[in-house]
Design a protein. Structure first.
Length: 131
């Protein structure tokens, strides 16, 4: 089984970044400004906007996650969050996404042997209060 952190980094975070980039541009933020606050190149932003990157999974189908991304875009636009705060929020959204088992259906497509009814790794790891 592939590591859940690797899968989050490879699929979930790019999907969140793509939606966030599109939302920032929709709010009138320049591509260069979006790139700076997201810690990405302008080329990466362009690929996100064209859905050449970050489109493997559809994070927007989960309305609660979409709302979190829209709220983050608002905070970036009007409260001028810095790169560190933005990265922290992206990771919080990704952790929330994984903890809700939203990734399971896609995960079972790339690893058919996984029994998503028995697996509790993501809800346990991504919502852990132990540490």
């Amino acid at each position: 089984m592939k590591d859940v952190f690797e899968l989050t980094y490879r699929y979930v975070i790019p999907s969140i970044r793509g939606l966030l980039a599109r939302e920032l541009i929709r709010k009138g933020i320049l591509e260069s400004e979006a790139a700076e606050v997201l810690g990405l190149s302008r080329s990466a932003i362009s690929r996100y906007l064209k859905a050449e990157r970050g489109s493997a999974i559809r994070v927007a189908q989960f309305k609660d996650v979409l709302q979190l991304i829209e709220e983050l875009a608002e905070d970036i636009t009007y409260n001028k969050l810095g790169e560190y705060e933005v990265q922290e929020e992206i990771n919080k959204i990704a952790s929330y996404f994984m903890s809700k088992k939203y990734f399971c259906k896609f995960h079972s497509k790339i690893e058919p042997k996984i029994d998503t009814t028995r697996c509790r790794i993501c809800p346990t790891v991504f919502s852990s209060k132990k540490y």
